[in-house]
Ligand binder design. Sequence first.
Ligand SMILES: Cc1cc2nc3c(=O)[nH]c(=O)nc-3n(C[C@H](O)[C@H](O)[C@H](O)COP(=O)(O)O)c2cc1C
Length: 187
Amino acid sequence: MELLEIARRRKTIRKFKKDAPPLNDILYCIKVAKEAPSGMNSQPWRFLIVSNAKKKKEIRNICEEGEKKFYKRMDEKLANWVKERKITWEKKFLEDAPFLIIIFSDRNSPYYIQSTWLCIGYFLLALEEKGIASLTYTPPNADEIKKWLGLPSRYRLETIIPVGYSNEDKRKEKRKEIEEIAFFETL
Ligand SMILES: Cc1cc2nc3c(=O)[nH]c(=O)nc-3n(C[C@H](O)[C@H](O)[C@H](O)COP(=O)(O)O)c2cc1C
């Protein structure tokens, strides 16, 4: 399949079936992701794969506590955006998805955030290639999850990506036309 086709097909999924994709498919996607470029080739990304039900439940509890507070201070524009999509502080997908892929960056590396997000982009496309659905979830209280996991301060939690098979029939969010975002010689 062409890369353009894979990129067009990928969309965010927030409801997952309980059955797990093969771990080897996830490892394949991490192999793709780790080919991403990084500042000074420091490869600052770290992948933590969580499938244990108790751990997923605790991660969900911590995230939902953070979300409840976040929903109280959210501005109107975002409040409307989430309402239209029926997104709430409840994050059931953190328990339902068979795997949570928690991605960290290493603060001791140059351009650690930019590099890790490039790697995340590769990862999302690779998941799509394997027919695995994903959500780029960014918890408002990422530090609390990192603390609960007992990880050293050098690691920054960038995202939690629930992965599995889609249990939702939804349209992909619309993209801008190429004329709106690409320019010759001057913006
Ligand atoms: C950096 C980043 C942070 C995101 N954080 C969240 C999030 O916390 N919760 C959520 O439901 N979706 C999150 N998303 C998913 C976006 O809402 C989604 O990608 C966007 O609306 C476009 O939809 P599509 O991925 O289906 O094309 C995030 C995406 C990115 C790239």
